[in-house]
Ligand binder design. Structure first.
Ligand SMILES: NC(=O)c1ccc[n+]([C@@H]2O[C@H](COP(=O)([O-])OP(=O)(O)OC[C@H]3O[C@@H](n4cnc5c(N)ncnc54)[C@H](OP(=O)(O)O)[C@@H]3O)[C@@H](O)[C@H]2O)c1
Length: 286
């Protein structure tokens, strides 16, 4: 397990700091407690909630959308429970936990989260690692198993393996017995991918890397592709799949033209993945 890779993150830190100050001023409190515990019967309140990934894509999208102020960004946090709502039985003060979302915003000394978004944090993980678990690892799990139905012995290409979700996918897939191929755009990224479970790595900035993947997989193709940039890669992905293979669309930055016939010849599937459509039981049925 490695800490969240932060090199791709684009967080307007100054905006975050400014909004935090505004929230504090509006509340008239030295802590950010816009959602008060007493009003939120199923809430858990975290202290030490300083460990937040520095700007997940979700946070950046929200900030770009100019949320109503005062607004505290930040989704996943890890910390110690400071107090629980009266109907919360799963946690108690002092528990080490991580969240997949807060009610009050993560970039704060204290945060409020619904109890069903809070999970126990293993003693093996520090708070930095804990704050990096939820969105990347839950997304990886949903893409691989809940939507992709991956099985031990199958092969997976993590197309964009050097980022947060990609690293999580490589680690989980390798641990679950899949053959793992990954791509990255730099030497450093390629090394990270190899250190996190990939059997083989390719550079997606090289002109002929798709040919190299085809050569590596011979005639068999790959069973599953976890795709971070289908607007660039989807047409090529369909060529890389095995019979019955599936492309899992995890990220996307725009449209692409494909030939649907490419799905007929191998009865392959293109499947969208949305962590936020997962039900509570479904998301966390590990
Ligand atoms: N569907 C969902 O529920 C869900 C949940 C969470 C995140 N996401 C989305 O998943 C995507 C990845 O998230 P993240 O947190 O892992 O982002 P990230 O840390 O920024 O990683 C982006 C990845 O894309 C790679 N990439 C760049 N150019 C590429 C190309 N031509 N082909 C393939 N990969 C390429 C990057 O590799 P290099 O930098 O090494 O080039 C890097 O590995 C984002 O679009 C995010 O919005 C979706």
């Amino acid at each position: 397990m490695v800490p969240f890779q932060i090199k791709h993150r684009v967080l307007p830190i100054s905006l975050v700091r400014r909004e935090q100050r505004r929230s504090v001023a509006v509340d008239g409190s030295p802590r950010i407690t816009r959602c008060r515990l007493e009003q939120d019967r199923c809430a858990s309140r975290l202290s030490n909630a300083r460990e937040v990934p520095p700007g997940s894509p979700k946070t950046v999208y929200v900030l770009l959308g100019k949320p109503t102020l005062p607004y505290t960004p930040g989704s996943d946090v890890a910390g110690v429970i400071e107090g629980v709502g009266e109907h919360v039985t799963a946690f108690k003060k002092g528990d080490r936990v991580f969240t997949i979302g807060t009610i009050s915003g993560g970039y704060a000394d204290y945060a409020v989260a619904a109890a069903n978004k809070v999970f126990p944090l293993s003693d093996k993980l520090d708070f930095k690692q804990g704050a990096a678990v939820a969105i990347p690892y839950f997304t990886a799990y949903r893409a691989l198993f809940q939507k992709g139905h991956a099985k031990a012995g199958e092969s997976v290409l993590v197309h964009g393996a050097s980022g947060g979700v990609g690293i999580a996918t490589c680690q989980i897939a390798r641990a679950c017995g899949l053959k793992v191929l990954g791509t990255a755009g730099t030497e450093e990224g390629m090394n990270i991918v190899l250190r996190n479970g990939a059997h083989q790595v390719f550079n997606h900035r090289e002109a002929n890397y798709i040919d190299k993947i085809k050569e590596y997989t011979k005639m068999e193709g790959v069973d599953i592709i976890i795709e971070m940039l289908p607007n660039i890669n989807l047409a090529a992905d369909l060529q890389l799949l095995s019979c019955g293979g599936r492309v899992m669309v995890v990220g996307c930055r725009g449209p692409i033209e494909i030939n649907p016939r490419d799905t007929m010849t191998k009865e392959s599937s293109i499947i969208g993945v949305s962590l936020f459509l997962a039900t509570e039981a479904g998301t966390f049925s590990f």
